[in-house]
Design a protein around this ligand. Structure first.
Ligand SMILES: Nc1ncnc2c1ncn2[C@@H]1O[C@H](COP(=O)(O)OP(=O)(O)OP(=O)(O)O)[C@@H](O)[C@H]1O
Ligand SMILES: [Mg+2]
Length: 276
């Protein structure tokens, strides 16, 4: 790896944190500043986040990588408003996050879909009962088409493969027209082939819909493949060690030198020994 690669890719963790959003250019969607979070358990206090600063730009695909147990999911839950913070601030569109918002949704592996409901009913579920059928049908069919499940409207989840279930999960999330998608290890339980296919799909869906995507993963290759920028977390109690720009054009080839260099740089930042 080039010794200067860090200078090429790295942006200081506090980059942008003290600057106001710029109109016209990429504006800040999520602003996380000086966030501390400690869990209080019966065994004592578990400090998890220790001064996290991170700006997420509007419509960007940002990945968060870090060692297991460092606090990635906790950070995502705090941003989504499912967990409170001890100090610091998390703002979305300039407003403090105090609770979850229906405009921002999580995409899980399969857990968000109801096994007893058809594909159509699962996707339409979040639209509520009051929406007229014709309007609901139009939205549901639009997302069934977008995720490539045309013809499976009446199928039950048990009749679908893992990748297809995940397409339902994406469609379910997108149908409520969120502005932010939170993805916490969404491909974790898929086999290697399906994971590859779903990575391609999420890039396509992200491009087609223009959502801000926040992906938590411990798969460095996945982060390099998908994200515009990659925030590397330290061990717990975690800070953001570095925010790495990923300027590679899509589609990205993991065999390309720039890709391998980027991956090496992130592993180095994580402090991971890769030889076995
Ligand atoms: N509700 C909770 N109460 C107490 N401790 C918690 C709670 N949630 C998480 N923790 C602790 O906080 C730390 C960070 O957990 P978190 O799930 O955020 O890590 P992670 O980086 O997502 O890990 P992984 O890569 O394994 O998914 C861990 O030590 C975990 O045990
Ligand atoms: Mg996690």
């Amino acid at each position: 790896m080039s010794p200067n690669l860090g200078d090429v890719f790295a942006v200081p963790a506090s980059h942008g944190a003290s600057k106001p959003p710029q109109s016209g250019s990429a504006s800040v969607k999520i602003r996380i500043a000086g966030v501390y979070k400690t869990f209080k358990t019966k065994k004592g206090e578990v400090p998890v986040l220790e001064g996290v600063d991170l700006d997420v730009r509007d419509r960007e695909f940002l990945a968060i990588v870090g060692p297991s147990g460092c606090g990635k999911s906790t950070l995502l839950n705090c941003i989504a408003g499912f967990e409170g913070i001890d100090s610091g601030s998390i703002q979305i569109d300039g407003e403090q996050v105090t609770r979850p918002s229906p405009k921002r949704v999580f995409v899980f592996q399969e857990t968000g879909i109801f096994p007893w409901l058809s594909v159509w009913d699962n996707i339409g579920f979040g639209l509520g009962r009051k929406m007229p059928f014709a309007q609901k049908h139009e939205i549901v069919m639009k997302y069934i088409d977008l995720v490539g499940l045309t013809g499976f409207e009446k199928a039950l989840p048990s009749e679908l493969s893992g990748g297809m279930k995940q397409r339902v999960e994406f469609a379910r999330a997108l149908a409520v027209d969120p502005d932010i998608l939170y993805l916490d290890e969404p491909f974790g339980a898929l086999d290697a082939f399906t994971r590859l296919e779903m990575r391609r799909e999420i890039v396509r869906i992200w491009k087609a819909t223009g959502k801000t995507c926040l992906l938590v993963t411990h798969d460095v290759e996945e982060a390099c493949e998908l994200a515009d920028r990659i925030a590397v977390m330290s061990k717990r109690p975690a800070t953001i060690k570095e925010i790495v720009e990923n300027p590679m054009p899509r589609p990205r080839d993991p065999d390309e030198k720039a890709f391998r260099d980027l991956k090496d740089h992130i592993f180095e930042t994580l402090g991971v020994e890769r030889r076995v």
